[in-house]
Design a protein around this ligand. Structure first.
Ligand SMILES: Cc1ncc(COP(=O)(O)O)c(C=O)c1O
Length: 411
C-alpha cells in the first residue's frame, strides 16, 4: 500500500491511499464464487423485467474527447444515470426491481398462487400488495427507488435514514408516499434499526447490502443494476474498454458491474478499479485484510451515496477476485469536477453529475497523474476508460451549493 498526493494538470484529484489487489484474477475465467454471487441468468431476468416497464429508456453513454485529452487517455466514456426513470440515479434499477420481485414472492406465498409480475408492476394487484410493507435503510437513492417501487405495486413502505441524510433526500422519498424514520448515528445504525423493525413487524426488508443468510433480495438489487452496465456495453463503440473505474459504497454497484463485464468479456475483461471516499473505505480495508471488514463512519463524505461502512457480502464475493485495484479519495475533487462536467470541456456535452457520480472519474484522473500506478494499471494515452455517472442532481440544494448554479439552469 502506498500513499500519494499528485495532481493531474488543471483537473485536481488526489489519491489518498491505494492498494493493488494480490487476489485479482487477470486474464482468467471467472471463478464459481462470482456466479454464485450473481449469475448471468438472474441478471437477464432482471433486465427483461426492467426494460419492459412502460417508461423505460436507456440512459446516454457520452464520449468526452476533450476531457479525455486533458486527462491523458485515449477515450473517456461516461454512462450518465442522471435521467434514470426520472429518479436521477442508477439506484432506480435495483431497489424498485427488488420490491417487485420480493412482493410478488410474498403474495404467492400468502395466496399459494403464482403472481403475475406485469399486473403487479402496473398496480393491478394493489389489494394484495397493500397488505405488505417493505422497509430499508438508505443514504437517499436506494430508499427513493424502494419507495417508488412500493408506490408502483401499491404496498406500504418505511424508509430509515440516519441523521446526516439531507432534508432534500427525505422529501424526495416522502413524495412517493413512504414513511421516513430518522435514526441517530451513521448508515450502519439505520440499517440495524430497519432490520430489527422489519423482523419485529413482519415487513419485507429490501436492503441493497447482503450479509450471511440475507442474499436473495440484494442479489435482485444487483441484478437490476446490470441494466446500466449491459446498456453501456451495448452502446460502446466497437472497442472493449481497457479500464473501468467504479465508485464503491457497500460494493453492490461495483460487484454487479464487475460480474456483468466478466459475463460479457470473459478473460478479456477490462481492468477494474474501485474508488471510495476516505472516511467510508470499507472495500479498501477489506481488500487489504483479504476478508470483509466493516467500519464505523465517523466523518460523512460529501459523496453521500458512498458514505457506507458496511460491505455487501455478494459485492465482496465478486470484487475479491474481480477488482484489480482499490483507491480512496478525499472530498475536495468532487465539487470542482461536478462543475467541470456541468460546464462541458471544449465540445464535450454538459452533464449534470451529482456528488457520488464523479468518484470513479476522480479516481481515473488521480490514477493517470500517478506514474507508478499508470504503469501498474497500464493506463496511458491509448486507454479507453468507462466510468459510471451514477447520479444527477438528486439533491438540488446540495448540487447548487457545490456547482454554484441549479442543474435546470445548466442544460
Ligand atoms: C449515486 C450513487 N452512486 C454509487 C453508490 C454506491 O453503490 P453501492 O452502495 O451499491 O456500492 C450509491 C449508493 O447509494 C449511490 O447512491
Amino acid at each position: 500500500m502506498t500513499q500519494k498526493r499528485l495532481l493531474a494538470k488543471t483537473l485536481r484529484a488526489e489519491i489518498a491511499a491505494q492498494y493493488c489487489n494480490p487476489n485479482a484474477l487477470r486474464g482468467q475465467a471467472r471463478p464459481a464464487r462470482v456466479d454464485s454471487a450473481l449469475d448471468d441468468q438472474t441478471c437477464s431476468r432482471a433486465r427483461a423485467a426492467i426494460t419492459s416497464w412502460s417508461n423505460y429508456a436507456p440512459t446516454p453513454l457520452h464520449s468526452l474527447p476533450a476531457l479525455a485529452h486533458e486527462i491523458g487517455i485515449g477515450q473517456l466514456l461516461y454512462k450518465d444515470e442522471s435521467t434514470r426513470f426520472g429518479l436521477g440515479s442508477f439506484k432506480a434499477l435495483g431497489g424498485a426491481y427488488a420490491v417487485l420481485h420480493s412482493v410478488a414472492q410474498e403474495i404467492s406465498v400468502r395466496g399459494s398462487t403464482a403472481t403475475d409480475i406485469k399486473a403487479l408492476m402496473t398496480g393491478q394487484l394493489s389489494e394484495a400488495a397493500g397488505e405488505i410493507t417493505v422497509a430499508t435503510a438508505t443514504d437517499g437513492n436506494h430508499g427513493r427507488s424502494v419507495a417508488w417501487g412500493a408506490g408502483n405495486v401499491g404496498c406500504k413502505c418505511v424508509i430509515y435514514m440516519h441523521a446526516e441524510v439531507s432534508p432534500g433526500r427525505q422529501s424526495a422519498v416522502e413524495a412517493f408516499g413512504a414513511e421516513v424514520v430518522r435514526v441517530p448515528g451513521d448508515y450502519g445504525e439505520s440499517a440495524r434499526q430497519a432490520a430489527q423493525d422489519a423482523a419485529a413487524n413482519g415487513w419485507l426488508l429490501v436492503s441493497d447490502t447482503a450479509w450471511p443468510g440475507y442474499t436473495e433480495i440484494p442479489r435482485a438489487v444487483m441484478a437490476g443494476y446490470t441494466v446500466m452496465s449491459t446498456e453501456a456495453m451495448d452502446q460502446l463503440p466497437a472497442t472493449t474498454p481497457t479500464h473501468v473505474f467504479v465508485q464503491g459504497g457497500c460494493g453492490g454497484l461495483a460487484g454487479a458491474v464487475c460480474a456483468d463485464l466478466w459475463h460479457r468479456y470473459e478473460s478479456q475483461r477490462p481492468r477494474f478499479v474501485v474508488v471510495e471516499p476516505v472516511p467510508a473505505d470499507c472495500l479498501f480495508q477489506s481488500a487489504v485484510a483479504g476478508a470483509v471488514v466493516n467500519i464505523s463512519v465517523t466523518r460523512e463524505s460529501v459523496m453521500g451515496g458512498l458514505s457506507c461502512g458496511e460491505v455487501s457480502l455478494l459485492g465482496w464475493d465478486i470484487l475479491e477476485s474481480g477488482a484489480d485495484h482499490f483507491l480512496t479519495i478525499e472530498d475536495d475533487a468532487v465539487g470542482p469536477l461536478m462543475k467541470q462536467l456541468a460546464q462541458g470541456r471544449g465540445d464535450d456535452p454538459r452533464i449534470v453529475a451529482g456528488e457520488a457520480a464523479v468518484a470513479g472519474l476522480a479516481g481515473c484522473i488521480a490514477a493517470r497523474a500517478d506514474a507508478d500506478l499508470c504503469q501498474t494499471l497500464a493506463l496511458n494515452e491509448q486507454s479507453t476508460v468507462l466510468v459510471f455517472g451514477t447520479e444527477g442532481a438528486t439533491d438540488p440544494t446540495v448540487y447548487r451549493q457545490l456547482v454554484g448554479s441549479a442543474a435546470d439552469d445548466l442544460l
